[in-house]
Design a protein around this ligand. Structure first.
Ligand code: GLN
Length: 536
């Protein structure tokens, strides 16, 4: 068996350059060459995981099938490669320290003074190598969050420095930097890149490959200049220009030979360039789709990253339906009885988004009511599904105070209740119902037809659930519980079968929609929205 190769991806100059997309693209290109790969992310913040972080701080919290709340970049890794990540694919400074401190308390360090070097860095190294050792991957791609020069990334970079030394020819470092264009001077400027490479070098890391993000073409002279100043071979200076969508990036990186350079640096045979057939067909179909459908996204965060996986799942489903999905953010805090028609009327379909807490829920309820009454294709996800249930309880069943215990602990009609095993939990981090659970679909229901099978598995992230005391009454009045957990009988999916498409899921289907395997619920929802548009 050949030895596992390690690719480290760092970033300089600015954040948001797209390290996650470049890491995912490297993964995709190596996978297309037949290699067995995984991608992991090391985040320098002190939270144990991003589960407790406000989406304004950190965007969406992505959830793995094995129930870990993780950074949203893991969503890109899965969407690009189709390979599931696990709790070991995302490690934070908090988790490293937690583990070191636990060991210290157990007495594992035999009286030593515990220090950042070597104890924290050893723990980071151990975690960076863990997946490669456990599963014998051909490649482990490790993305380090943050920007070179940040105080908190120092231990991670020191660990990479040591690993590059230990692993020798089995490791490469790809550094992502930015080349700004100064409009006034009409020039591309390489100085920020030079500085960020210097910063890396001062920490003992010589990058092997530079990926330069830029808005304008970098000519050969400029690449040569960067190569010269940064001790990197000219063919290892790769440009990455802005693309209309992130899905173009793997193809561009293949044209730029990023994968070839990586293989050469690792002294591996290069072989034939893979055709990326299915990926290219997806892109082609995407380019051809010009007609637009409008989907309203009712939520409280007016921030793209907060609903990243939903946006991606919708956009993929659009492509497979030969349409372009245009999403419109509808702020649920500003939605009321007076403006709801004006905001949602022109939408071909509406998604009621997940969320936590009181803020903006009245708007979500108003949206659910409007969409139900107008028979508009509507997809409620997690809190969105709970809102559909509450709205139905209030306006169809006549329980004026129907609510979730999360929003009103004293309601006499707790149609959404706290789950039994959540009642005594006081610690907020990592304690929700998390990850993949099975769900049984009712025969002849719409969802059974959509999935085309009886049992499915979907990822969860919630504390509250549909209250089974009300189940019969809901069913009798037209909202059916068509998906249930076979072990504990929790309601997973509700549906009003008399409407065109009115489905709420307690789970998050968006997490498992990938470029080559779009999620059936999103595909069907978008299809219903298109039909709705064309039959209006
Ligand atoms: N706040 C709700 C719960 O905990 C829904 C969570 C969500 O939308 N992810 O049950």
């Amino acid at each position: 068996m050949s030895e596992t190769k390690y690719i480290f991806v760092t970033g300089g100059v600015a954040s948001s350059l797209g390290k996650g997309i470049i890491s995912s693209s490297i993964g995709k290109l190596l996978q297309a060459r037949g290699f067995n790969i995984t991608i992991q992310k090391f985040d320098p913040y002190i939270n144990i995981d991003p589960g407790t972080l406000n989406p304004y701080e950190h965007g969406e919290c992505y959830v793995t099938d094995d129930g870990q709340e993780t950074d949203l970049d893991l969503g890109h890794y899965e969407r690009f490669t189709g390979i599931q990540t696990t709790r070991n694919n995302n490690v934070t400074t908090g988790r490293i320290y937690q583990s070191v401190i636990e060991k210290e308390r157990r007495g594992d360090y035999l009286g030593k003074t515990i220090q950042v070097i070597p104890h924290i860095t050893d723990e980071i190294k151990r975690d960076m190598l863990y997946l490669g050792k456990k599963h014998h991957y051909d490649f482990v791609i490790t993305e380090v969050g943050g920007t070179v020069g940040d105080i908190e990334s120092l231990p991670f970079l020191e660990a990479i420095r040591q690993l590059k030394w230990d692993l020798g020819k089995n490791a490469v470092c790809v550094h992502l930097a930015y080349v700004p264009y100064l409009a006034a001077a009409k020039e591309l400027k390489t100085k920020p890149t030079q500085h960020s490479v210097k910063e890396l070098q001062s920490l003992g890391i010589q990058p092997d490959i530079l990926v330069l993000r830029a808005e304008h073409e970098l000519n050969a002279g400029l690449r040569k200049k960067v190569a010269n100043f940064c001790n990197v071979a000219p063919d290892a200076v790769i440009q990455s220009l802005d693309e209309p969508t992130i899905y173009e990036v793997p193809v561009r990186m293949q044209q730029e030979k990023l994968d070839v350079v990586i293989l050469q640096k690792l002294e591996m045979p290069v072989g034939e360039t893979p055709g990326l057939g299915p990926w290219r067909s997806f892109l082609e179909r995407r380019h051809k789709a010009t007609e637009i459908i409008n989907i309203g996204l009712v939520g409280k965060y007016d921030l793209q990253d907060a609903y990243k996986s939903i946006l991606e799942a919708l956009s993929q489903a659009g492509t497979y339906n030969d349409y372009k999905v245009k999403t419109h953010f509808v702020n649920s805090e500003k939605l009321n009885e007076e403006n709801v028609a004006c905001e949602l009327e022109s939408m071909d379909g509406v998604v009621i988004c997940p969320g936590f807490g009181q803020r903006g829920i009245e708007g979500k309820l108003i949206a659910a009511k409007y969409c139900r009454e107008q028979n508009k294709p509507t997809f409620g996800i997690c809190l969105g599904m709970q809102m559909m249930v509450i709205e139905f309880g209030r306006n169809v069943l006549g329980y004026a105070d129907a609510n979730s215990i999360e929003m009103d602990s004293k309601t006499t009609n707790n149609v959404i209740d706290i789950m039994e095993d959540q009642k005594n939990i006081t610690n907020m981090g990592g304690t929700m119902r998390l990850g993949g659970y099975e769900c049984q679909l009712r025969e002849n229901s719409k969802v059974r037809g959509i999935y085309g099978k009886e049992t499915i598995r979907e990822r969860h992230r919630h504390r509250y659930e549909f209250n089974n005391d009300y189940r019969e009454e809901y069913e009798r009045n037209g909202m059916e519980c068509v998906g249930t957990n076979p072990d504990c009988d929790l309601v997973e999916i509700v549906e009003i079968p008399t409407l065109k498409w009115y489905i709420g899921t307690q789970f998050h289907p968006e997490y498992s929609s990938t470029v080559l395997h779009p999620h059936p619920l999103f595909l069907d929802f978008v299809k219903a929205a298109i039909e709705n548009k064309n039959n209006r």
